[in-house]
Design a protein around this ligand. Structure first.
Ligand code: ADP
Ligand code: SF4
Length: 688
């Protein structure tokens, strides 16, 4: 299909200093959980973005010297010859598709502890470690500043030698340079402290020195915050930042603008919607003639065009939309907009940074798997046989298996008990703030609808007899999981002896099915993610008094990894939910709940009419076991395989279910070594 001319503007080349981007799609630097630890996986991931049409593809934060070491958060590095070789794998793959490669040079300051390199952290002043580790950063003296400038210059030269086209000066996100800029952290009395001019001095020097070192061949970009932050309600507090940008306006070749509050800049869709940075940064283009890029979880090409036409940005910056769909630009270019796999704003991709593991994505199960499993987000091997496949259950696992098998050309029969597809995603997207999660279903349903080799059977609650009667070659059980109603979970390892009466005890499944409690309600959250607090929000919207009890030290402990914990806790407080942390539910008799302190074991009672238990889920695997037993007993018909996937295999997050379905589809009729299912990115580069 041809591109809609409305979107032509997105495909105009844009000059950035000495280089030119082939279009306006710009993958800004974003972490991947790969860094220098897994360079071939990182290179293939970035190369895929270029293949998908991103005109600029950047690295993640790239340390200029071992004195800036962020482990356990994986980062890239430009320390030596080995790093040059590692990065050149990436730049070659990016260049192969005509795109530009950018390197984000980084020095962490008091945000880094240097636990790996054992170097002493340095910052503008003596500062506490910014992430609560009992190490401090020492104040840099003038010779340290000279050293830092030398390190930065040398890293820029190494970036150039590795083939990068854009080199960053990274002056935001609470790292060293933002501390020099800030009047709060910069308490120096020398020429690097005090006046605005002095506080901007180091950033200015680094821009000038980077230009001097590599500016003939590479563009120099500055990543900078448009605001000083401070107002959680979304009213921009620009403060001195406008003056700073004015002072440096024409110095860099490109401005990569973000904002101070990370939980807004890359906020989850429950709290932050598309294009949320505009109010903060729309002034930037009026004070510089240089190209400007920002992010905003843009997935709508109309919004993108509007951003450019209204003079807000020159480039459409993206991290998450490029993770969820590396081929987003290509799909717009080829008039295939309805095939875009839109980011749902869940931030599972961000958890790789905190957990020190390769990035994963709810929408894109192939991310991180490009090199080690050879998976491509848009291509999949044709079917390996003429077998047909019966998939039972149309949740994220069953839908993804069906979609990918359909692409391979298999005849797929998808049986779903309900009148609609989507399983848990359809239910959960009805909960407060989670509407965008329906995109997991919508993308897959749209794809399946256009496949002649896929038949969907709605309102089909399958039992073993029905399944066997189909006589399919392969049977896939994707029947999901159900929340337990007996209190068992991480804290209570056995079911509670006293938990009733049943009509006053609820699970998330009850709530999502519309069975709501009455009267004061205790939500027992031993799941530690979104479900407990989203239900609290729902019940509060119905006027129900809620007490939220969790054995953890804060609400939604795991939500810290997705960067939403702070906003969740605040939302609970604003909704006047009573929060009781470090306690577990031990009993409920219909009038009062008994809770236990996780540290002392002391018990106390709370008078409530209802209890909602949010603990763990049990796989809906009865059908699987019945079939397994039936087949073992021998019935005449024998399928080639019987497999369970997704939450039916083991309950997990939606990303896990999608991955499980995808993997099944990829591996059907292929040879997979059961002991080594993928390649391992163990690289041993020599130092020289
Ligand atoms: P997952 O996350 O693993 O995809 P879900 O719980 O989201 O699991 O989806 C499971 C789907 O399976 C639901 O849509 C449910 O209605 C469907 N289902 C469960 N049991 C059966 C069955 N016996 N026959 C057909 N569909 C079923
Ligand atoms: Fe978007 Fe979620 Fe994928 Fe991240 S994990 S890119 S937020 S869909």
């Amino acid at each position: 299909m041809a591109r809609d001319p409305r979107y032509d503007i997105l495909f105009e080349p844009v000059k950035i200093g000495p280089v030119t981007a082939r279009n306006r799609f710009y993958q800004v630097p974003h972490c991947t959980g790969l860094g220098w630890l897994r360079p071939r996986m990182a290179a293939a991931l970035r190369g895929m973005k270029a293949e998908g049409g991103w005109g600029v593809v950047c690295t993640e934060f790239c340390s200029i010297h071992p004195a800036s070491d962020d482990l356990p958060h994986p980062y890239a590095s430009l320390w030596d010859q080995g790093d040059i070789r590692a990065h050149s794998i990436m730049t070659e793959q990016v260049h192969e598709h005509g795109s530009l490669a950018g390197a984000e040079l980084w020095f962490g300051g008091s945000r880094t502890t240097n636990l790996f390199s054992n170097e002493v952290a340095m910052d503008v002043a003596n500062l506490p470690n910014a992430i609560g580790i009992p190490y401090q950063a020492r104040a840099m003296d003038k010779s340290d500043i000279r050293e830092l400038r030398r390190w930065h210059r040398n890293a820029a030269l190494r970036a150039r030698d590795a083939g990068f086209d854009i080199v960053y000066v990274y002056a935001t996100h609470g790292y060293l340079l933002s501390h020099f800029l800030s009047s709060k952290t910069n308490t120096r009395s020398d020429e690097y402290g005090g006046s605005l001019e002095n506080r901007v001095r180091l950033v200015r020097e680094l821009i000038e020195e980077t230009k001097d070192a590599v500016g003939d061949r590479c563009a120099v970009a500055v990543r900078f915050s448009a605001d000083e932050g401070g107002d959680d309600d979304g009213d921009p507090v620009i403060g001195e930042h406008r003056d700073m940008i004015e002072m440096l306006a024409e110095l860099p070749d490109l401005w990569d603008i973000n904002i101070n509050d990370y939980s807004r800049e890359m906020g989850v869709s429950r709290f932050i919607k598309e294009g949320s940075l505009e109010a903060y940064m729309s002034y930037v283009k009026s004070i510089t003639s240089k190209p400007v890029v920002t992010v905003g979880r843009f997935t709508s090409p109309d919004t993108m065009v509007s951003q450019v036409k209204r003079g807000i940005v020159d480039f459409i910056g993206a991290a998450r939309p490029s993770i969820a769909d590396p081929f987003l630009p290509k799909k717009i270019e080829e008039g295939r907009i309805d095939e875009i796999r839109e980011c749902i704003g869940c931030n599972i991709c961000y958890t790789g940074d905190g957990t020190s593991t390769p990035i994963r994505c709810t929408q894109n199960p192939t991310i991180s798997e490009e090199w080690r499993r050879g998976w491509h987000p848009e291509k999949i091997a044709p079917k390996g046989s003429d077998s047909n496949v019966l998939v039972i259950g149309g949740g994220p696992a069953g839908l993804e298996a069906t979609r990918a098998l359909g692409h391979r050309g298999y005849h797929v029969m998808l049986a779903e008990a309900q009148h609609t597809l989507g399983g848990r995603v359809s239910q959960e997207s009805e909960l407060p703030g989670l509407g965008e999660w329906a995109r997991v279903r919508n993308y897959r349903v749209h794809e399946i609808q256009n496949m002649h080799n896929v038949d969907v059977y709605f309102d089909n609650l399958m039992d073993a007899e029905h399944v066997l009667a189909v006589e399919a070659n392969h049977i896939v059980i994707a029947t999901g999981a159900s929340w337990l109603a007996n209190g068992r979970g991480s804290y209570n390892q056995t079911p509670l002896d006293e938990l009733g009466p049943a009509e006053q005890v609820f699970t998330p499944d009850d709530i999502m099915a519309g069975r709501l409690p009455e009267g004061p309600t205790l939500i027992y959250d031993d799941d530690h993610y979104y479900m407990g607090n989203v239900i609290a929000e729902l019940l509060r919207s119905r006027g129900i008094p809620v007490t939220l009890v969790t054995p953890e030290v804060m609400v939604s402990n795991w939500g810290d990894y997705t960067g939403e914990q702070g906003r969740i806790q605040r939302r609970m407080m604003e909704l006047e939910v009573d929060i009781i942390t470090s306690h577990a539910l031990t009993a409920f008799n219909g009038n009062a709940a008994e809770i236990e302190c996780a540290y002392t074991g002391n018990r106390s009672n709370i008078e409530v009419d209802s209890v909602v238990t949010v603990t763990i889920r049990s796989p809906n695997d009865t059908l699987f076991h019945e079939l397994q037993q039936g087949l073992e007993a021998g019935t005449g018909y024998k399928p080639d395989s019987l497999t369970r996937i997704g939450d039916c295999l083991t309950p997990t997050i939606i990303a896990g279910a999608v991955f499980s379905g995808h993997r099944y589809a990829r591996e059907l009729d292929t040879e997979v070594d059961p002991d080594n299912r993928m390649k391992y990115d163990r690289v041993f580069f020599e130092d020289e």
